[in-house]
Design a protein around this ligand. Sequence first.
Ligand SMILES: NC(=O)c1ccc[n+]([C@@H]2O[C@H](COP(=O)([O-])OP(=O)(O)OC[C@H]3O[C@@H](n4cnc5c(N)ncnc54)[C@H](OP(=O)(O)O)[C@@H]3O)[C@@H](O)[C@H]2O)c1
Length: 315
Amino acid sequence: MKAYTLTSPDGPDGLHLSELPVPRPGKGEVLIEVRALSLNPVDSKTARGKALYGSLKDEDPIVLGWDVAGRIKEVGEGAGKFVAGQDVFGMVNFPGHGKAYAEYVAAPVNQLALKPENVDFDEAAAATLAALTAWQNLIEIAQIKEGQRVLVHAAGGGVGHFAVQLAKERGAYVIGTGSASKQDFIRELGADEAINYEESKFEDVLSPVDVVLESLSPEHLERSLQIVKPGGKLLSIAAGLSDKLQEQAEFKSVELYHHLVESNGEQMQAIAERLADGRLKAHVSETFSLPNLPAALRKLEEGSTRGKIIIALNQ
Ligand SMILES: NC(=O)c1ccc[n+]([C@@H]2O[C@H](COP(=O)([O-])OP(=O)(O)OC[C@H]3O[C@@H](n4cnc5c(N)ncnc54)[C@H](OP(=O)(O)O)[C@@H]3O)[C@@H](O)[C@H]2O)c1
């Protein structure tokens, strides 16, 4: 099968389309013929020697990628929850070795959900790592409630566009930040307010909020703390939590969290149900072919993605 191997930590230039054996599904796994996979900033960070590179660097070969949608070709021992021919999607083995930049992926069944029939492979592949990140932060950790004020930074991006929709479903008052080009999109997702970061500083124009989902930088995280109510929650998915920030948060009685998303089949099922009935929509901004995956990753690295960038194959 064709798969991208990372031969050096040089970002997209370190990825090479190679010929690898089709994996065999292990215990509790199915073999998926991949129809679409999605790209995430963590792919690029890892390809550049950061993020998960340290834990993968001794693997041979290193095959990046975690987000897939495709058709089950073979069912391994103890994986009878699914049968060959069914279409599934999920985030495979994150934060381990996902091996999803490939035509076939072996994936644990307890990390997958059935793809709803009314959702295409590209949209399903999009609603994996980014959607799980939004779910685990806003639903599991923050447990946001009706009427709470929730600020979603980078609301037009992969994680942000799912976060806005999930927070609205919970009945929150949602504010999203993004560039001028994302303002209409953020409102269309259901946000009550959109803030153009090119024009105004969110901390100058917003009254305090209960929850912030922060995905940009340590400096942005500090600025975000200023507008969280006492007793509120600040969720960082990008920058780590410095001692200084922890002291400031304690002083303000704000709870700080830094969470790394984890594969989870039950939560994928909850996402699948929402995609099926339209409560959640995955926005695919661009679709590339497998030979153009490095170009797609370069595009993602520009940092202004709307929704998700997808690689379509075998379709
Ligand atoms: N901890 C975890 O488990 C976890 C999971 C997923 C992602 N992450 C991290 O979270 C970050 C975001 O991931 P993603 O997948 O959502 O990325 P993405 O799809 O690339 O989206 C990033 C978005 O940020 C917007 N943006 C850039 N500068 C901004 C600013 N100053 N204010 C508001 N928006 C701004 C961009 O568009 P505009 O500039 O046009 O608005 C773009 O829509 C990445 O660093 C990623 O590694 C962490």
